[in-house]
Ligand binder design. Structure first.
Ligand SMILES: [Cu+2]
Length: 253
């Protein structure tokens, strides 16, 4: 069960290593826009009263030229703020999340296969090697099409609509889609990434809390889009080992 206290007023709780940085940039952006809106609103109201037509029956443009270069100061300040926002605040955070990936060695690597309307997850088992997937072998019991003839797949296991990950380690997802564009969305991790057919899109996050977190599809992907939901289950490393062993045992049976 997802803890309802994850969602209160405002943003959901922040449960990944980079979530607080995303929140910082959102807060600065929102409060900056509030400040600009309020200052502009006050100036606008002042102008409406000060230059009302009753007291100024004929328009004079002389005053507009009076301020000279100084009248550009507010524009320059807003421009400066926005440049700082994009290049000095936003870009480094974007680069950390979307450009700098942890290595496979230090990560929990999972393959994701999205479809209308479910999330499939393939884990490599102890050998760290993933079996190939073959679209021809897709069936009701093998929805992601694991290749039965691939020896790397002996210890691979699959979970549907539930992504299991350990705490204290980055998870590296390689995402692909069987049909249309979906979007992998975990609000508490501040993670959202399109999953595109024909591509293998990487994504990483490192959870900072154990528990269950909702996966939504943030791309209108068809009539059943609303029920394309799942959960990320963040375990302690010990619990994760237990879950993993159970899944591998299940497979042997
Ligand atoms: Cu979808």
């Amino acid at each position: 069960m997802i803890d309802p206290s994850n969602y209160t007023v405002g943003l959901p709780i922040a449960a990944s290593t980079y979530a607080s940085k995303v929140d910082l940039s959102l807060n600065i952006l929102q409060w900056g826009m509030v400040a600009i809106f309020v200052i502009w609103g006050i100036f606008f109201t002042y102008c409406l009263v000060r230059f009302r037509s009753r007291n100024n029956p004929s328009a004079s443009y002389a005053a507009a030229n009076k301020g000279g270069a100084l009248s550009f100061l507010p524009d320059v300040m807003v421009l400066g703020f926005e440049i700082w926002l994009i290049f000095f605040l936003g870009l480094p955070i974007w680069a950390e999340i979307k450009e700098t990936f942890p290595t496979a060695m230090e990560s929990n690597v999972v393959e994701l296969v999205a479809e209308q309307y479910a999330w499939g997850f393939q884990y490599s088992g102890d050998d760290g090697l993933f079996a190939k997937r073959d679209p021809k072998q897709i069936s009701s019991g093998n929805t992601i099409g694991l290749d039965a003839n691939d020896p790397n797949g002996k210890d691979d296991y699959v979970s549907i609509n539930e992504l299991h990950v350990p705490l204290g380690k980055p998870t590296l997802l390689y995402m692909s889609s069987k049909d249309v564009i979906h979007s992998f969305f975990v609000p508490e991790f501040r993670v959202k990434q399109d999953v595109v057919p024909g591509m293998r899109v990487p994504l990483w996050f490192e959870p900072t809390k154990t528990g269950r977190f909702e996966i939504g599809c943030a791309q209108l992907c068809g009539l059943g889009h609303y029920r394309m939901r799942g959960e990320v289950v963040v375990h302690t490393p010990e619990e994760f080992e237990v879950w993993k062993q159970e899944k591998m045992k299940e497979k042997e049976i």
